[in-house]
Design a protein around this ligand. Structure first.
Ligand SMILES: Cc1ncc(COP(=O)(O)O)c(C=O)c1O
Length: 265
């Protein structure tokens, strides 16, 4: 394929050239139809070229494409209000970014600044992205090895093991980050009670609880947020993938007091 000459792809590719998509179907350049079981790894959450997404994008393109957040914009205001209305009530602030890994980077930085601590606890089997901060809390040695040393002060504990997690906590623990349902390492569902117990520990110890809902959130598990299956809300929630129907976007939702720490020098 000619694209291989120019594309710095890091994925093994299928010899199929996709031209268009609609809902759960895609078509190649020869008009052959496929059912898309990949869905862009969770990005095409509302289907390819969802008519409502296409209509909104077209309308916006005719108005303006970029408005820096040092200025106001009514479309953004409407979006933020809708997002906050479907999110856990404690999370009323949104920090917008462009991808899942950026949403996690921001979460880590806010949690460290807010607590003034550096320690991080993540789960065995976790996946949070491939930039340096998010890779530091991603478990798989295959992704990490070539880039070490990553951020220090990260402990990994078995997903679902509350005692192991408790013993990993130190006075310097700033944050605990996890996917309520792990995706990349296989579909691992948090055992009942696990999230609630972590929530309790974080409240008692002043640790920031971060849920990465980048893959499991936005309705993919039958509730808007995977963590709602256990009636638990985080202090920071990371979103991306399906949030913009295929346009690159990420969002870090925060408690207002955590967001406010940004302004403290
Ligand atoms: C749970 C989870 N977190 C973070 C990411 C990173 O997102 P992105 O690829 O948009 O940087 C992914 C991507 O697969 C993911 O599944």
């Amino acid at each position: 394929m000619t694209e291989d000459q120019f594309m710095g792809s890091i994925y093994q590719r299928f010899p199929v050239t996709i031209e268009r998509g609609l809902g759960a179907h895609v078509w190649d350049i020869n008009g052959k139809e496929y059912i898309d079981c990949m869905g862009g790894y969770g990005v095409a959450l509302v289907g390819h070229c969802n008519p409502r997404v296409v209509k909104s994008l077209k309308a916006q393109l005719d108005k303006i494409i970029t408005v820096h957040s040092s200025l106001y914009n009514k479309t953004r205001e409407e979006f933020l209000e809708k997002l906050i209305n479907i999110s856990p009530p404690s999370l009323s602030q949104v920090y917008l970014n462009n991808s899942g890994t950026e949403a996690v980077e921001a979460a880590i930085k806010f949690a460290r600044k807010f607590t003034g601590k550096k320690g991080m606890i993540a789960m065995n089997g976790s996946y949070h992205g491939k930039s340096f901060g998010s890779l530091s809390v991603t478990f798989n040695p295959k992704y990490r090895k070539a880039f070490e040393p990553l951020l220090s002060n990260v402990s990994f504990t078995p997903f679902g093991d509350i005692e192991a997690l408790k013993s990993a906590i130190t006075p310097d623990t700033a944050l605990i980050i996890l996917e309520p349902i792990q995706g990349e390492s296989g579909i691992h569902v948090a055992p009942d009670g696990f999230l609630q117990e972590i929530r309790k520990i974080c409240n008692e110890r002043g640790i920031v609880l971060i849920f990465d809902e980048i893959q499991a959130g936005l309705g993919r598990t039958g509730k808007m947020w995977a963590s709602q299956h256990w009636d638990t809300a985080p202090d920071i929630m990371c979103l991306a993938k399906g949030i913009a129907g295929g346009v690159p976007m990420g969002a870090t939702l925060l408690r207002p007091d955590i967001l406010a720490c940004y302004w403290k020098r």
